[in-house]
Design a protein around this ligand. Structure first.
Ligand SMILES: C[S@@+](CC[C@H](N)C(=O)[O-])C[C@H]1O[C@@H](n2cnc3c(N)ncnc32)[C@H](O)[C@@H]1O
Length: 418
């Protein structure tokens, strides 16, 4: 086994990273369906056909297809003239990697066909996921949470991120502090696995502002708000990710911070969800420990579907962050251990075996008795000593029925104290 291991783990690493391309493709499809920066057409909601009554189903279906087709044409026109638009350049680069330049009409048609096939793949996958969600609907949210902890195991690796998991993390940290599990000033070194990068959302096409990573700043903000960060000084935040897009994004933000340039965060709260007042309060206060309110971009398209505020983060906060290309399934960091590891919406992309490998890597990076906070239910493993200690339930919004509540769970995994 020892001789086979290096080759095996290298192959596993490549296998995991290969899933990034498909996630990037999903991102471009979502952008094509919902984005506002390259078209003035309405958003194309794939499931909209379901909401039509039986009689007009065909009509809704036809209109949706026409809309998608028109949006696709608008996107291709925009991609032909990318200027300095980071999203257009990213989409072009991905298509070119697939052997799809679009200098000529024939090449453009090939890119169109390619993207249309990807729309169908994304819709089919969504259908499968909806079916699995239906099959795991037991009425008990905690049981569903456990059963859905591998839900995206066959999907491409996406960088999508949203604000609310960070509210869940803050809730968990608050409870841990109240229980005396985290002492004031004690969190000096934090790792965030998979911080994510906003590109365009599945509900709201939030492409009216530059791409951003929110979680690293959210965690720093929460630790300071709760008095868990060392004082004076800020904790060191180490970001571990496999996406070259994230590595590059954070590296550039750090370089700007070194020239005393801050980082602007645009914080979006979609109107379609009836958020609890506590969630609104979190959104409103977000960033007050690490920066100051700033002017959000005026976008009519966004204003219709979401509230938006902006925060300008101080360069000194950006400089507390570093980023490393680490695959948590196959690698671990040696050296100084962490007081806290956070991973939200990462492990759900893996099956039990990869989750087991990842848990052993996280365990090796935690100080004895330190915690991993993650919104997934790990398989019951004898190979690691890290154990679930408690689960915080965070309610984001109340639905009409209990099973329509919008919520998430954060499990506190404790490393063995030796
Ligand atoms: C869906 S995003 C979640 C973003 C954010 N944590 C949130 O909850 O909003 C998943 C993130 O995990 C990263 N990721 C996926 N697999 C990973 C792995 N094996 N090792 C490190 N990062 C990984 C992705 O690149 C991406 O940044």
């Amino acid at each position: 086994m020892e001789t086979a291991w290096p080759g095996w783990i290298e192959r596993k690493d490549r296998e995991v990273r290969a899933r990034l391309d498909q996630g990037d493709e999903d991102t471009i499809i979502n952008w094509m369906l919902f984005g506002t920066s390259f078209t003035s057409r309405p958003r194309a909601v794939l499931g909209a056909v379901e909401s039509g009554t039986a009689g007009d189903r065909e009509l809704v279906l036809r209109r949706t297809i026409e809309l998608i087709s028109a949006r696709l044409d608008d996107l291709l026109t925009a991609l032909a003239a990318p200027d300095n638009d980071e999203r257009r350049l990213f989409a072009r680069a991905l298509l070119q990697r697939k052997g799809l330049p679009f200098a000529t009409a024939v090449e453009r048609e090939a890119a169109r066909n390619y993207l249309l096939a990807a729309v169908i793949r994304v819709a089919t996958e969504q259908d499968q996921i909806d079916q699995e969600l239906g099959a795991t609907s037991s009425g008990d949210p905690l049981t569903e949470f456990v059963e859905r902890s591998r839900l995206f195991r066959t999907r491409g690796l996406s960088l999508d991120a949203s604000l609310v998991p960070n509210y869940s993390v803050e809730q968990a940290l608050t409870a841990m502090k109240a229980r005396g599990l985290l002492k004031p000033g004690s969190v000096r070194r934090v790792a965030i696995v998979g911080p994510g990068l906003d590109f365009a959302d599945k509900d709201v096409g939030f492409d009216a502002y530059p791409q951003q990573t929110v979680q690293p700043f959210a965690v720093l903000d929460s630790l300071k708000r709760l008095g868990l960060a060392p004082s004076p000084g800020d904790p060191e935040i180490v970001l571990l990710d496999i996406s070259p897009r994230i590595i590059d994004h954070v590296t550039r933000a750090r370089a700007r911070a070194a020239r005393n340039i801050g980082y602007t965060l645009n914080l979006l709260l979609p109107r379609s969800t009836p958020w609890l007042p506590e969630v609104r309060a979190y959104w409103q206060a977000f960033g007050d420990r690490i920066g100051a309110p700033a002017q959000a971009p005026a976008s009519k398209a966004i204003a219709e579907v979401a509230q938006l505020r902006a925060v300008r983060v101080r360069p000194s906060a950006v400089q507390r962050m570093s980023v490393l290309n680490v695959n948590i399934v196959t690698e671990r960091l040696d050296g100084e251990a962490f007081d806290l590891v956070i991973a939200t919406n990462v492990f759900i992309y893996y099956d039990v075996f990869e989750q087991a490998l990842a848990m052993s890597n996280v365990e090796a990076m935690l100080k004895p008795g330190a915690f991993l906070l993650a919104n997934f239910s790990a398989p019951d493993l004898r190979s690691v000593t890290i154990r679930p200690m408690e689960t915080t339930t965070t309610l984001y919004a109340r639905g009409l029925a209990v099973n329509e509540n919008v919520l998430d769970f954060i499990v506190w995994y404790k490393a063995h104290a030796n």
